[in-house]
Every structure is written in C-alpha cells, then in structure tokens.
Design a protein around this ligand. Sequence first.
Ligand code: NDP
Length: 770
Amino acid sequence: MPIETIFDTMEYGTAPEDRSVALQWIANHGGLIGPYVNGAFAPARDDLTIRNPATGEKLAGMTLCTKDEVTEAVQSARAAQPDWQKAGGAARARVLYALARLMQKHARLLAVMESLDNGKPIRESRDIDIPLAIRHFYHHAGHAQLMPSALADRVALGVCGQIIPWNFPLLMLAWKIAPALAMGNTVVLKPAEYTPMTAMIFADICSQAGVPPGVVNIVTGDGSTGAALVDATVDKIAFTGSTSVGRQIQEATAGSGKSLTLELGGKSPYIVFDDADIDSAVEGLVDAIWFNQGQVCCAGSRLLIHEAIADDFHNRLKARMDKLRIGDPLDKSIDVGAIVDPIQLQQIQALVQANTAGQTYHAQTPVPEGCFYPPTLITGLHPADTLMQEEIFGPVLVSTTFRTPAEAVEIANNSKYGLAATLWTENINLALEIAPKLVAGVVWVNATNLFDAAAGFGGTRESGFGREGGWEGLQAYSKPRQPLPEPAQVTPFTGQGAAADDIDRTAKLFIGGKQARPDGGYSQAIFGPKGQLLGHAPIANRKDIRNAVQAQLACGWGKTTGHLRAQILYYLAENLAAQTNRFAERLDAMTGSTTGAEEVRAAVDVLFTYAAWADKFEGRAKSVPMRAVALAMREPVGTIAALCSDQHPLLGLVTPMAAALCTGNSITLCASAPFPLAATDFSHILEASDVPAGVVNILTGPQADLAPHLGAHMGLDTVWCLSGAELTQEVQARASSNIKRVWQGAAQDDHDSWLDAGTEIKTIWIPYGE
Ligand code: NDP
C-alpha cells in the first residue's frame, strides 16, 4: 500500500511482541511451577491450569496450596522475620534496590508474561504495570533506608499475609511486598488463581537479588488457599479484591488481633463539566474505562456529564469507541485485550443483558472470538439504576447527566463505594472546590488513572480502608515501638443505696446538644468505694445510639476550619480548668483515688494539645515523577464512636473526644460504665463551650450492650475500642456491615497515632503544563 494511502486511511497492521521469552521461562521450569517457600520453589503439582485468556492455551500448571502448605510458608516467614528486622533499614534497602534493578532487567519478560497470563494489552503491561511495579521497589528501598531516622518510633508488624487479585498481578504484588519488606516484615503472598505467573518470576528474582530465605513466600491456589492464609498465624492481612470477599475477611479476622487493610471495589464517577476540554475528556475516558478492559477497581465507570454537552460528548465518545482496536494482547497496536477468564466474561455479559434501562451502544469494531467484549456505553440511566450502582468490572461505561455542580457532587457520592473520582473542567477554582467534596480516596483533575509509589491509594466506605504507597502506606506495615497494654477491667463498686443527700441525682445522656432521657428510661445507681450512692447514670440502648449518630451526621463539623476547631477546644479547656475542683472531687469519690486533680489537669492539657494541633496536622504535596502535583489532603474519617476506657474516667473520655474534634470528626462517647459520672458532668462543659449540637454525644450504661450496635451501625465510619480486647472483638465481628474501621487506641502521648486515626488521606492529582 502506498504511503499516501496509509496516511489517508490511517490503517495500520499488526505489531506482535515476541512471546518466546516468556514461554522459555515456563519451559525452563518444566511447565510446572511450585509455590515459593523458604527461598526455593517447592515441588509442584498440576492442580491448577493457568491459561492465556486470549487463546485458551495452557501456560503452566501450579499447585493448589493446602492449609498445611500455607502453614509451612507462614512458619518460614516467621522464622525469617527477626533477622530481617534486625538487619536494619540500610541492609533492607540494598535488597529492595536489587529487586528493582533485577525487575528492570527482566522488564520485557515480566511484561510479556503479564499480557499472556492476564490478557491485558502489551502496551499497558510494558508501559504502565511493570514500570510502576519497579518504581514501587525503588521508592520503598528509600523508605527502608530512612526508617531508622524518619520512623524511629515504629517497628515491623511481623508476618504479613497478602492476597491480591488478577487485574494488576505484578503491580499489586509490588504494592503489597515493597512496603512490607521495607518496614522489616516478612510476607506470604497469594496471587490470584487466574494470574500467578509474574509472581513466580518475581520469586525467581528474589532468589537472584539475595532476598534471605523465608522473607518472601508465594503460595499459589484459589480462594481456599486465601482463606487458609487469613486463618494462619500471621500478624496482618492485606487484601485487594472484591468487597464481598473483603467483608468475609473482616469477619474472619475479628478478634484475632491481626491488623487489616482492605482495598475493595469501586464505581468511580467521571464528572465532565460543561466548560471541559471535551476531546481531552473523551480521551481520558478511554483510559478510565477501557484501560485493562475496565477490570480496574478505580475505573471511571460512571460518567456524569453536564446536560448541556451530553449529546455532543456521547457522539464524540462513540466515534472514539469505534476506533478502539480489540484483539491479541501481544499486538502492540491493540487498545483493548482479552477479559481475564470466561467466567468474568459471563459476569459482564449477564449484568449488561439483565439491564433494561437506558440505551446500550457497543463499539462498532471487530471483536475476535473468545474471551473478548466490546467497549460498551449505556446512556440515559438514572442514578439508582442497578448498573449505576453495581461494579461491572468490564469495559462497560454507564452514563447519566447533571445540571449543577452541587447535583454532580450529590450523584457522584450516591454510592456505597468511595474509591476514586475524576473531574474535568477548565475552571481550576471549580475543580478545587469539588475535589474535597467527593467521597473518594483519590481524585484526578483533568486526568485519570495516575498512580505513583509516592502517592497514597485507597478508599473509603465499602471500597475499604488503609492506604498503599507513600508515607501513609507505611502506617499499614508498622506499629508503635511500645505496645499498648491491655486496659485492666474494673468492677463497679456496690452499695446499699444510701444517698449522700436527699436530692435525686439522675444524670441524662447528652445527644444532639441536649440533655436527653435514655430511650429505655432506665438508669443505674453508681456507688463509691465505701458503698455510698453517688448518683444515677442513664442506661443507653440501640435507639440512643441511633439518635446520637443521626445528630452526628447532621452536625457539619467536618466543614469547619482548623482555626475554629482550635478555638472551641481551647474554650473547652478553659471551662474544664475552671471546674477543676468539682471534677477532681467527683473522680476521687467515684474511684477512691486521690489523683482526681491530676487527672483533670491532664485532661485540660490534652484539650490544649489538640487545640494546638487543630490547624497544624497538615497534608503533603507529593513528589511524583510526572508533570503533576499529588496533594495528600488529610480528611476526617467521619462519624466516630468510642468505647472509653475505665482507667481514667475523665481523661479517657476527653482524649478521644479532643483527637476526634481536632481532626474534624464528630464523636459519640460511650463513657466508662463503672465510673460514668465524670462524663455526665462533662456534658455541662460541652453545653457551655459553643460545641455545636451533635458534634459530641455522651452515652452511659454497660458498654457490652452498646458495642454490638456500634459495630453494626451503618452510619458510623469508625469505632475506637479503647476499653479492651473483648469488646473490640464484639465490634469487629459486626464491623463488616459497612466495612467500618476499628481502632484500638494508642498511648496517651502518642499524638500522631491519635491524629492519624482521626484522618484519612485523600490524594488529589492535578497535572500541569500545556
Ligand atoms: P476476589 O475478591 O474473589 O479475589 C481476590 C483474591 O482473593 C484472589 O486472590 C482470590 O483467590 C482470593 N480469595 C477468594 N476468596 C477468598 C476467601 N474466601 N478468602 C481469602 N481469599 C480469597 O475477586 P475475583 O478475582 O473473584 O473477582 C470477583 C469480582 O471482584 C470481580 O468481578 C470484580 O467485580 C471484583 N474485583 C475487584 C478488584 C478490586 O481491585 N477492587 C480486583 C478483582 C476483582 P482466587 O483468585 O484464587 O479465587
């Protein structure tokens, strides 16, 4: 064909990548690859057939690891962990650096294998997955080096069990293994059943890079292997995958003391305002929903388009869809590759076929036989339609319109998920106003699917909790050097009911800024150590929790400035200090101690400290290797409930309250049950200190009765379990209702941990340049 004709038609041929490098690697292993345990490949069984989804051909056979084999891998990781930690940050940095270098040397092998195994276009595995995975190891080599100086008060968790999905096999491995190793942990990782190949090459690279035996272990298998890893004696589970399995894991780890991070599903909005650069937004959308065949947890799968430009935008989008090339993933001129497995393809087909709403448009482009699905657009949906709410996890975009920025935000946030969001506008003021309002862990402005090792990634709501990448990602793989002692259980004093004077003193709950009688109407007598009746404390129940959370949701505290929050915390301190003697007497009368005055002074100091922090606990601007700023903004986690400890009835109430308020959260405090009267007295301090209604609510009564309802409450984002392991288990067992964060507290003076617990990082990406 003459060149002029090619320029006219823009037709181009195939450009296949050579697959032999990957097939040779498999052949070198005899076509059967065993799990990697204690620094070597164990003998393999041909239990699992690993296929190329584009052709159906068998790539290799692998072992379906049993519970015993998982246990063996965990034992190997356990044995290796102390020396790996003791080796020190600098020694670990050398190993992580060697891993990065070797991955770079084997980049082509890794990219080809990834495309063969997963079906993703080689352009993506070569230019995105593998370079990002390598960058993760380089970046975390630096974190290992800096740990002794920058994170001197933190230590490794121990052995981490890590379970990853099939959509970004090597990249997810890197996101899990690099920070874990940097902080001195050892790992047992389970790749997805469909896509274990690059993990096995990585295992090979570990041997070459001098990773000590047992530091990295890789067990192959299916969901049963993953479940065995969750049950094993590991110190942490890090999971990426579906919300349903994440929920099961949250239930399975409840009360086990295992640390947990979950990176789950999403239905991320892609918002296009009427002043957007439409062609750029269309091109961005190609990357948002047809990248990796839409099998991306943060895919921009929900298009929200300004009504005025909707028709034009849809027309241009359809024209672009028709130009996408679907086919052999190893062809360098392919845009859309194969769906990972026939089962996943069936799920996509079933979801689209079941939909009767809107208009469905399939790209007018040839679709090969087999595991392929055409780029699809469904327009005219309503926000409540199933496909606007459910994750399809395929190349299917759904679309609806909006009229005003406020409506766009409302529709965007009308989702059980909160992983990512994209917005397109030429108006930077609008972008920076909207980005903080979106419920999402990551927001891209005039760009999409930007990732980097220095920038945290993770979600909120049912998209999970915890961050991967950056300084914030290290929190999930380290803990404070000083372990937190288990709070001692206190038995309430009993008495004969002889009152100190003849006035009935029945305190009330404090809900929505008002003294409130408990819903059940009951109260309990509180006695001092000598059996004297000190007063009555109300017994809260499920409905009081409901009322308190409703008040929290309506209070708007998260929108206040740090300056205002500081002012109110100072005012609380002032008013409490003025009542030192009264509170000291109350504390001494309740507990029988003589340290009441000291405790009040400590509580005042806590209020001053968190008032000081309120406008100083800042985010960061991340140094990412592209023309963009990635702003790590600290946002409040939302609605918190705290089970306060008995140890210091006032200080144990004021500390979580101050930390929560400082960071922009509302809180319901379940006071110490044996010593509740300092809490009911404190409600008068709240009334006198300009604290808006609903920001702080105080409940009293047996915590064991309240804990299950806190755990199950859909309106609470977080429960702080500060009164011991037993109730923590109660809460954790129910926290999967809405994938709630459960935190067990930190030392009184470990302000960073309290502030971290009150905030979550939102990363806002803003590219710059023409
Ligand atoms: P899963 O959540 O089932 O799998 C993720 C990982 O968990 C895999 O390694 C899987 O093993 C393992 N696993 C499965 N069951 C258990 C269990 N009970 N305990 C511990 N580990 C387990 O996702 P799928 O791969 O099956 O995909 C299903 C759907 O999940 C997709 O259609 C998509 O909607 C969503 N998904 C979301 C992802 C995200 O990043 N948000 C990523 C992948 C999927 P194995 O693969 O061997 O079964």
